[in-house]
Each structure stands twice: as C-alpha cells, then as structure tokens.
Design a protein around this ligand. Sequence first.
Ligand SMILES: [Zn+2]
Length: 483
Amino acid sequence: MGHYETLQELLLKRAIVYPNSEPHGPVAGFYDYGSVGSEIKRRLEGEWRSFFLSLGDNFHEIDSCLIMPQSVFKASGHLEHFKDPAAVCGKCGTKRKADELMEEALGEKFEGLSAQELDELIKKHKLVCPKCKSKFKGIEPFTLMFPLEAGAAENKAAVYLRPETAQGPFTAFKREFRANRERLPLGLAIIGKAFRNEISPRQLTIRTREFTQAELQIFFDPKAAPEVDYKSIKKKKVLFALPGKKEKSMAIDEVKKATKMPEFMLYYLAKDWEWMEYLGLGKCLRLAQLSEEEKAFYNKYHLDLEIKMPSFDKWVEVAGFHYRTDHDLKGHQKVSGQKMLVPGKDYNPHVLELSFGVDRLVFALLDTSLKEGKEGWYFALPPRLAPFDAGVYPLVNKESLPEKARAILQTLRGDGIKVFFDGGGSIGRRYARADEIGVPFGITIDFDSLKDKSVTVRDRDTQKQDRVKISDLSGYLWKRKSV
Ligand SMILES: [Zn+2]
C-alpha cells in the first residue's frame, strides 16, 4: 500500500477526517473532522492566532459572516472573474478543470491561460474525457461561488457564501480603522470557513468545496511603509523559486535583489517562513513566485508557499502571500460610495495579505509526519499540534493501579495537560493505538509507582522511557510538549 493509501486508511480508521453525511451518500468535496482531527485543527488555529496577531501592535482578529450581499462580490471582482475554465465532454457532459487536465497529461503547470489557449492545447494533445474517453466539445466558464437567497419572496436579497475570508476585513475596514484610533498599519485577521463550488474536488481535504482559511490583511500607507526589523531576517535562508525557475536556497537579502520587493514585505514573508518552520514543515517548504500570467491581475506580488507532499510527490500550495495594492478598498469604495482613505490624504491604504489554507496545513502535517515504526504506522506530529499530550495507562487492571492512574489523570488535567485514559489490552497495544493518532507521550503506572511515587514516560518517536516523579510530572510534560 502506498503512502497516500495508508494515510487515507488511518484518517478514516481513527476518525481524523471522513466524508460528510456518510450514511446519506456524501457529496464530493465535503469532509468532516472527527474527534481526533478537529483537535489537531483547533490546536493549529490557536498557534496561528498567537503567532500572527503578535506580529503587530495594531493587529486584531475579527469574526465576520459567511454570507455576504451580492454587491460585495461586485466590488471585489468575484462576480465577474471568479470562474474556472472547464473542459466539457461532448458525450457524457463531464466537466473538468481545463488547466488541471493539461497538468495531469503533460506534468507542467497551465494556470492563467485563456479559455481559447486551453481549448487549443486540449485539441492539440488530443485529451479525452477521463470518464467516457470521448472528445471534449470545448471550454466553458464555470462560476465558483455558491449563490443563495436571503428572506421571503417579495423582498429577497441575492447573497453568496463567501469564497474567501478576506472580504470581511475589507468591508469592516472603515469601522475598525476608526475604532483603533486611525492607526496604520492595521492588521485584521479571520480564521473561518469559505466556500467554492470546485469543478473537480479531490485528494481528500486538499481541494474541497467548504474549507477553512486563516488570513491576515495588513492595511498600510503605501507612501510610508511600516517599520520592521529587517536586519533580524535579512540573512534568513529560504528555498525560493523565481517565476519559471527551479528553486534554490537564498537569503532574504538575495530575494530582495532578485524580486525588488520592499523590506517590510520581505519581513512578513520571512515570518511566514518562520511560522511554517514552527509547524515542523520547514524542511519540505518552498516559496514560489508567480509569473505575470499566473498571478491574479490585482496582485503586484504573488507568491505561493508550497509543501512537497509525500502522498502526491509534488509541490502543493498551502498558503499565499499577496500584495493586493489598493484593489480591494478602491473596489468597495466605488461600489458602496463610502470613502476609505488614508487620513488627510486622497488615496486608499494598500493591503498585504497573508493567506493560509488551514485544511491543507493539517493535511501537510499529517502527510509529512506519517512514519512506519516497529509497531506499525504512526504520526510523528510536533507535540504542540498533537490531539492529546499524553495517554495515561495503568500497567494492569488490578490492585490499586487504575485508581492511582485516574488520580494522576485528574491532576494533569488540572494543570492544563490534555490526557486520556486507556486501560484496555496489552500495554504494547495501547502504545500503538496512541502512536496511530500522534500522541507524543505515554505515562505508565506500574507496581513500583506505588512505592517510589514515580511513573514511566514513553516517548513516541524514540520509544525511550524516562522515570519521572509524579510530583514533577506536569512540569516535565509542559517542558517537553512545548516543542
Ligand atoms: Zn465523457
């Protein structure tokens, strides 16, 4: 069984991720996080929140609606532009994302090509429908937004499920700016759901129709760039791919020379990199700068953060770094008629967007940490992102060992350590079960524990066992789980 199949099996078996509404026959592109998966996701979101909100004094988190009025998306350009070219089968009507068909057939990227270019390429390379093997009849634009109606028939409003969290901060800008004493830079973050009616959702939670984003919009005065400690990051090495080039290791200062990006943006780019390292993903990460054809038309700089995923053996985008200029506020100003200017000046703040796909990050963590050990497959998750800190196991279910174990469990919970109790089966089986969901430590209470007031702590990755005094246990675990 390949890496991807093993991963898929474990995700289902251990209730990490599974299809939504399973008993009814799931709709493609919708997944639930189970008891284990949702804890990993929550922890990741918590880490993101504390990392990115601490990057600026005037950075805040907001929580805005999933449903927004049509005019928002007129202002953002989504109504007009948020469409994918779909190749339509002439016989069975199957639709497939056209650039993806090309990519699968030829192994290179085809993003950003026009419908006509894609149509010609598909004909030239004689690509056929993956379902019925017939010819494609042509390319159609496919709208990626989910339309809805709010209210009763006579006064209903056209609304949409948001396709990105970003429009929340843009529409909240004016009020937040005033409430935060009209200071720039102003950072507004959202962690929340977004919805896209993908033509071909696939690869588990890599491309879904309902997904979670963690995005930070940094509003700044383009004529007075925010002050940052550039010196502290200029020597930082990153793996960088210039448009159309192969990636190579570069210091941030070299990236500056090659891309002409301003220092304050490079600072946040380096922070993106540091955050990925913090997750333990630094070793399989690259920054890829998009070419003029590939990037969104309103982005002045557009980079992807990509992870080499073992399941697909290729680079997969997990985050984006976008300098959106004044595109957003200008658009909202125009459509709404409300001014959104830098105080005392006649231009709009610009926006730097740090955008992360939470589901893709969770997937990347699981995919890159899946290992085969002596006892079977397990997730070598960083302790701070594991679903539990430790399992608590009485060696046997007799004498007073279970009671002692439960008392330790309660003490640890009181000290803010996330633990579970498992008294079933051989101790080896219990270790293996915990390893399978990435629990970093196992605490065993044996007969000696009653005498020496100590327990055995087993490390998931090295399988080394430490003897630790019960009175020191919380401190020991806090120290070891914070890495
Ligand atoms: Zn077909």
